[in-house]
Design a protein around this ligand. Structure first.
Ligand SMILES: Cc1cc2nc3c(=O)[nH]c(=O)nc-3n(C[C@H](O)[C@H](O)[C@H](O)COP(=O)(O)O)c2cc1C
Ligand SMILES: Nc1ncnc2c1ncn2[C@@H]1O[C@H](COP(=O)(O)OP(=O)(O)O)[C@@H](O)[C@H]1O
Length: 328
């Protein structure tokens, strides 16, 4: 077995490690990473998260692979925000998928990475044919001069197990609040602004078209959003707007999802800028309208509905408030 390393910036030091796909870096992942950091501090180790690209199921069964919550870039940036010292990226290919579970432990975890403390989820499986499990790791952990093993129980909120699958389902059904509860932040998609059909300005609603880093986003429809522009003077400033994520059937069906945002009270050229679109609320599903005039009137209504959302969101209040909106 040949292992090649690229761009390791930290010197090789004994590790406190956790392993996973970390798609979304949700609150369950964040709790795991916090434990790894604590153990690393306590034991004088380097905290590290091992993750895979592509997602193992994207490689092994592309037809059944789940839609991604985060691109690799987004995932690494979220991992960095947790304060974990290092990410160990495994290029998931046939050679890696064929490594027997016991070889993965002895050769990679122990010899190559010098793992002294390991945290895994309660349903963690690994190695060729997913034959390795916590029992196997426990056997190795019991040996002299081995690593310490911790098992993370399911992380639940209101009795619901937080998982990437549950977040994908919440997003697909338009329940952005539930997704936010599990992610610990608004769901967001980032990418660079590219040229579109140049129709937006003509109909009075310029839209920044964002190049998607993953082809199958986990949600679709028309949304209230806030946008941050990483290439602006104020990269953390959240600009309000509306976004459309769909195939645009009215104009010329793009055949694949297109993400575009119209920002309120904004008229700068931002082609090439990297934007992050934070999804706050779903307004409606995308529709095929009879002509451009009807679509334009609907977009104007979407803007009014979104502004109403922001009006209520921004009022400071000390009374529990439930809001009903009626649509024709
Ligand atoms: C708030 C909003 C709602 C939209 N809703 C739809 C829709 O329901 N159906 C559709 O075909 N296109 C919809 N669009 C996409 C428009 O067709 C698109 O923005 C317009 O064609 C301009 O595209 P361009 O930026 O590539 O020039 C929507 C766009 C926005 C900003
Ligand atoms: N309020 C705004 N919201 C979004 N983009 C805007 C806005 N004002 C100006 N722009 C700029 O105009 C472009 C969108 O104009 P549009 O006519 O829709 O062209 P395109 O089809 O290339 O997206 C954006 O990429 C951005 O550079």
């Amino acid at each position: 077995m040949l292992i090649t390393r690229r761009a390791a910036s930290t010197a090789s030091q004994p590790l406190a490690l956790t392993i996973g796909n970390f798609d979304g870096v949700h609150l369950g992942h964040q709790a795991m990473l916090a434990q790894v950091k604590q153990a690393a501090e306590r034991l004088g180790l380097t905290s590290c998260a091992m993750t895979f690209e592509p997602h193992p199921r994207e490689f092994l069964a592309p037809d059944q692979a789940p839609v991604r919550l985060t691109s690799l870039r987004e995932k690494l940036s979220l991992l960095a925000k947790t304060g974990i010292a290092r990410a160990q990226l495994i290029h998931f290919n046939l050679a890696f998928a064929s490594i027997p579970a016991s070889t993965f432990i002895s050769r990679i975890l122990r010899r190559e990475l010098d793992v002294r403390w390991l945290l895994i989820g309660d349903d963690f499986r690994f190695g060729a044919n997913r034959s390795g499990d916590r029992m196997l790791l426990q056997q190795y952990a019991a040996q002299a001069d081995s690593f310490e093993l911790e098992i993370m129980p399911s992380f639940c909120i209101n009795g619901l197990r937080v998982s990437s699958t549950a977040i994908r389902e919440a997003l697909a059904s338009g329940d952005l609040l539930l997704a936010k509860t599990m992610l610990g932040r608004d769901y967001c998609i980032s990418g660079r602004v590219v040229d579109g059909d140049k129709l937006g300005k003509k109909i009075g609603f310029p839209t920044a078209n964002i190049c998607l880093e993953h082809n199958h986003p986990p949600l679709s429809g028309i949304f209230v959003v806030e946008v941050t522009d990483q290439d602006s003077q104020q990269p953390d400033r959240r600009l309000p707007g509306v976004a459309s994520l769909g195939t645009r059937p009215t104009i010329r069906d793009a055949g694949k999802p297109v993400l575009e945002v119209h920002l309120f009270d904004f008229d700068k050229e931002i082609y090439g800028h990297r934007l992050c679109v934070h999804f706050l609320h779903k307004l409606r599903d995308e529709a095929k309208f009879a002509d451009l005039g009807i679509l334009t009137r609907q977009i104007a209504q979407d803007v009014v509905d979104a502004q109403q959302f922001f009006l209520i969101k921004n009022i400071k209040r000390n009374i529990p408030l439930e809001v009903y909106s009626f649509h024709p």
